[in-house]
Design a protein around this ligand. Sequence first.
Ligand code: UT7
Length: 325
Amino acid sequence: MITGVGSYLPINKCSNKNLSNFVDTSDEWISKRSGIKNRHFVTDNEKTSDMSFFAANKAIENAGISKNDVDLIILATTTPDNTFPSTATLVQKKLNINAVSFDIQAVCAGFVFALSVAKSMMSEGNFKNCLVIGADSMSKLLDWKDRTTSVLFGDGAGAVILQKFENTGCKYDDWGILSNIIHSDGQFYDLLKTNGGVSTNQKVGFIEMEGKEVFKHAVDKLSSSLEEALIASNKKIDELDCLVPHQANQRIILAVADKLKIDVSKVISTVKNHGNTSAASIPLALENAINSNKILNGNLIGLHAIGGGLSWGASIIRIGKPKNL
Ligand code: UT7
């Protein structure tokens, strides 16, 4: 069950107007084409592990557990502090705990992939309290001369605590992650990628994206994966209290809502506050929705995301835990 959530945005906020001081763009274009108004960028010495650490502490506190209860850390990121070791091990060190820790890489779909891996490991292993983090410093991959991509991304982190409850004497089959669907298709590798990499040219490269193509795939694949996840959990779209989509573009969010025939009032959108934060986007939106009482304990929610690869997926979750646990 998901019992805690936390997130973090760097203090350094950049509005569309600020951005237009060093990128050939305007508030009008960015707002109209993407719905984004602001994004946050890491400050000089701030790293992905620092943002992750803040979000992790908030999620642990929110779950009401001790950090020492955490026995598994899965961190979804495309922007690790170092090429190796994993950033998750650095978060483990900062938390000063014992926990199996590793990173996964599925770009903007990373959080949904991490939830899927966490669920499998908790079902089959001895793990009881898993910290799942999505964190990215996308500003480090932006080419400010490329206005088609640099205006869309920002930095941030979000985390959740997944808890397994055993020997309670009761079954709680309808709580927690009810279904997870994940997909990848490398034939679309070139649609969204960096133009460099460790084994290619020993650089990290800048983001390159065929925006219009990615847009079309996003609308199709976000819709179809959510439908698959609904079928897998034996739920109907009308039963969802809320949908927390990947926060990349308000036009994508609205087109998917229309395709799925879900009332837009049930769809969480925070993209205007932070732009596309890649793996952090869903937990950032989730915490915002919980804090503003749009998502309540026991609500049935859907999540879905898509990113480079292409990689995409969806989850159906009953959030929180029964009152008697
Ligand atoms: O996590 C998944 C990752 N990504 C996404 O989901 C993004 C998917 N794609 C998109 O969101 C959209 O395709 C974009 C927001 C990237 C672009 O929107 P668009 O409506 O497809 O615009 P466009 O690329 O066709 O550009 C239209 C015009 C062009 O000018 P001309 O050729 O019509 O004269 C561009 O040069 O807008 C121009 N343009 C800009 N103008 C001002 C492109 N970027 C900018 C900019 N500021 N930042």
